[in-house]
Design a protein around this ligand. Sequence first.
Ligand code: GRF
Length: 215
Amino acid sequence: MIKKCKTAILISGSGTNLQAFINAIEENNLNLYIAIVLSNDNNAYGLERAKSAGIKTVCVESSKFKNRESFDRAVIKELEDYKPELLILAGFMRILSPIFVRKYSGKILNIHPSLLPKYPGLDTHQRAIEAKEKWHGSTVHFVTADLDRGPRILQGRITINPNETPYELKKRVQKIEHYIYPLAAKWVTSGKAVFKNGECWIDGKISKDPLQIIF
Ligand code: GRF
C-alpha cells in the first residue's frame, strides 16, 4: 500500500478549497490525508466543513496574539502534535513569518486568485477587471518568506467576460481553484513537483514558468 502524505490544511474562512480536498479524498483521488484543519478564526465556516467530514480541527485565534511571531509559534506548537509532511494554505489570511516558513521549508502550498506574478495581495479580481486584462485565473505555488512570490507550480487561466463583475469573476476563479489545487497537491505528494534550491522542479527539470491549464 502507498503511504499517504500527512497533511495540515490552514484556513480563515469559508473553506471551499478545503471542501475540494475533502471531496477529492472521498473520491480516492489524492495521495494525502488531512490530519488537522487549523483556523485562525473561530467563526470560519471551514471548521464546520472539516467537522462534518470527521476531520480534527483546532483554532488558534490570531486576534489574541500581540505579534505575528508569537502567533506563528503557537501555530507551530499545535501543528507539531501532528508532524505534518505537507501544509496546504486554503484561504489562510495570515502573512507567515520567516520562522514559520523556515520550519516547513518546501512543504507549504498556497493558492492565490490571480495569474502571479500579476496581482499579489488583495482585491485581485477587481484589479484585473479595472486593468482590462484579457486573462485572469489562479496560481498554486510553494510558499517562501516572500509574500505571493514563491515558485509557481500550476495556473488555471480563464478569459474575463465583457461586463463581468468582480463577484462573478471570483466565483468562476474559485471553480477552477477547486480543480487545480488538489491536482497540484497530487503532483507534490507524488514527487512530480518538488521545491529544490528555491525553485519549482517538475519531472526533474527546473520549471521557471508554471504549468498552465486553460479553462
Ligand atoms: C481562494 O480564492 C484562494 O485563492 C484565496 O483565498 C480564497 C479562499 O476561499 N487564497 P475558500 O475559503 O477556500 O472558499
